[in-house]
Design a protein. Structure first.
Length: 589
């Protein structure tokens, strides 16, 4: 009996000593969303969600998240409340913790949530030059991102790995998403991040697929436009896609979805409302309802313009798609028109004229010091060089375009990468090398150029290089502070990009870290933090408390100041400097 008791005691002790790591892994929460169009005229959507919490949680925070783009930002205010039902179908008390954050207690089992989302967009004057895009197009509504989504904020190990979304729509209505389809209007979303990544559409669409093997392009076109989708139009679509795949040689990071919708009105006298939005996964293009096949053919660059950013690396994209960098904007406009010329829609002369006209829109951003938009165009015409290369070269001398997103390469990085490649063995930067340098900004050399810019870590002697042309360049503090990182959204202090070699990287910060305090101050949003940082000066040190996964850390970060450049010609250039400059500007005289 004593042996038996001793055996039992030893067994109990052994069980108590089993490491916690050997416990069964926590099960992930399961979630399924249902989006029902309940009022097609007002574009009201009833959103339902089924949650399954396999383990007991003392409390769960539900977040009303807004997609952070100018189309939908602020839409969370229209979700006044949501209803949560427990396993016994009883309504649970949900307490508002702060704006857009609600908390429920004692959670385990299956729960249902319901809320109403009005997608009807309020039209108002837009700082972007046109009225903002409406969310309703007749009976077809464009649901950008998720518009608004309510989801539980959970630890990473129990966050849903993927979830289903089911659209309950009217007859002949279709939901199109750049995600795996499991049935009629049913999709599997691989992670919560994809909710905010891609543009979706809900409406009267038909779909087709074009492109060579390995380069699929899914197209969803509103049925009202189908009569205009003739063989010639489809042929041009295919040509555009093939040209892009030939130019870049590798598929984009995502399988793009092109959503083409008709507009219910004309914008002034334009046949095409030049509005469209691009995200890592899908492109949304809005066309005037009066557009004919001929008009669409003539403006086919709109498709090329919106498809182009699919190949831009995420780390090179600006944080705000509307506030594009000068490089992406210039290259996009160039490819838009280049594709039109390659598929025979416009002539060479029209190509030059349209390109010049397109860049004139940005001329107010340039300080026209010798190299203006017109100068770049004239050089291109006289010497036969590609216009975009000359234009972007002109932009390099500009001082106001230096206020770029932290996600983009700096002017120093751009010119250093090119100068190292094309400066010649004697390291003399001649006019011939200068033109050869600019040629890298075109054709298949564009992506290696961009990649080299991203991976450059140290600055070049830019004033010394431009001095070879008799150009004097001085850097002037801009009065803003750069930490070398960007945040997930205006309301989220999670770092979603950390520039290699920047202040944040040097301080040991990484993507995914959450900033908790700066110098002992707690910030709830990005703007107050930016205001605080701009009150500092370059070289100042700040203390940062942050969270990585579940662990808390602190570090010290040395602030850097952003700079702008002032350009002028030297009063007394040397003979060789004058000769190089004359070789460059002689076609203008």
């Amino acid at each position: 009996m004593q042996k038996f008791l001793r055996f039992c005691l030893i067994t109990i002790i052994c069980l108590l000593l089993i490491p916690l790591s050997l416990k069964a892994q926590s099960e992930r929460v399961k979630v399924q969303y249902s989006v029902q169009l309940v009022n097609p005229d007002r574009m009201l959507f009833a959103v339902g969600a089924n949650f399954e919490f396999p383990e007991h949680l003392d409390s769960v925070i539900f977040k009303i998240a807004d997609t952070d783009n100018h189309y939908t930002e602020g839409y969370a205010q229209f979700v006044k409340q949501f209803t949560l039902f427990g396993p016994d179908s009883a309504k649970l008390e949900v307490i508002q913790k702060e704006p857009n954050l609600w908390i429920a207690h004692d959670i385990e089992g299956e729960y249902q949530m319901k809320y109403i989302l009005p997608i009807q967009h309020l039209r108002s004057p837009s700082e972007y030059g046109i009225d903002e895009t409406p969310f309703y197009i007749g009976k077809a509504g464009v649901l950008i991102g998720s518009g608004v989504i309510v989801y539980p904020v959970l630890d990473r190990e129990i966050m849903p790995r993927d979830f289903e979304i089911n659209f309950v729509l009217g007859e002949n209505m279709l939901a199109v998403l750049p995600q795996k389809r499991t049935g009629d209007n049913r999709f599997i979303i691989p992670s919560m991040d994809h909710i905010f990544d891609a543009y979706w559409a809900v409406g009267a669409y038909d779909t087709l697929s074009i492109g060579p093997e390995g380069f699929p392009l899914q197209i969803a076109m509103q049925r009202m436009l189908l009569p205009e989708l003739n063989d010639q139009l489809v042929g041009n679509l295919r040509k555009v896609w093939y040209q892009l795949t030939r130019i870049f040689g590798v598929p984009p990071q995502f399988d793009p979805l092109l959503i083409v919708s008709g507009f219910p009105f004309s914008n002034q006298n334009s046949e095409v409302l030049n509005a469209g939005a691009s995200s890592p996964g899908s492109v949304n293009i809005l066309l005037d309802h009066k557009l004919t096949a001929e008009g669409l053919d003539k403006n086919f660059g709109l498709f090329a313009y919106n498809l182009f950013p699919q190949w831009i690396p995420v780390s090179f994209q600006p944080s705000n798609q509307i506030d594009e960098s000068w490089l992406i904007r210039g290259a996009s406009n160039y490819y838009q028109l280049l594709l039109l010329r390659r598929i025979g829609v416009i002539t060479d002369q029209q190509f030059l004229e349209r390109l010049a006209a397109a860049y004139e829109q940005y001329s107010r951003e340039f300080d026209r010091i010798r190299l203006s938009v017109r100068a770049a165009r004239d050089i291109s015409t006289a010497r036969g060089y590609i216009f975009s290369a000359e234009m972007i070269t002109a932009c390099m001398f500009d001082l106001r375009l230096r206020a770029m997103s932290p996600r983009t390469a700096s002017l120093d990085q751009v010119l250093k990468a090119l100068a190292e490649r094309f400066s010649g063995n004697d390291n003399i930067f001649t006019a011939a090398h200068f033109f050869e340098l600019t040629d890298t900004l075109s054709g298949q050399y564009l992506m290696p150029f961009v990649d080299s810019c991203i991976n450059v870590r140290r600055k070049m002697d830019l004033p010394g290089m431009l001095e070879k042309f008799g150009v004097k360049l001085e850097s002037v503090p801009e009065g803003k502070i750069d930490i070398g990182a960007t945040f997930a959204s205006f309301q989220d202090l999670t770092l979603d990009f950390v520039r290699r070699g920047g202040p944040a990287s040097a301080a040991g910060l990484e993507e995914g870290d959450v900033i908790l305090e700066v110098d002992g101050k707690e910030f709830k949003a990005v703007n107050p933090l930016v205001e605080y940082l701009n009150s500092k000066k370059s070289g100042d040190k700040i203390k940062i408390d942050y969270r990585r996964d579940k662990e808390l850390y602190n570090t010290e970060l040395v602030l850097e100041g952003s700079e702008i450049y002032q350009v002028s010609m030297m009063k007394s250039p040397s003979g060789i400097q004058q000769e190089r400059w004359n070789n460059y500007v002689s076609p203008l005289e």
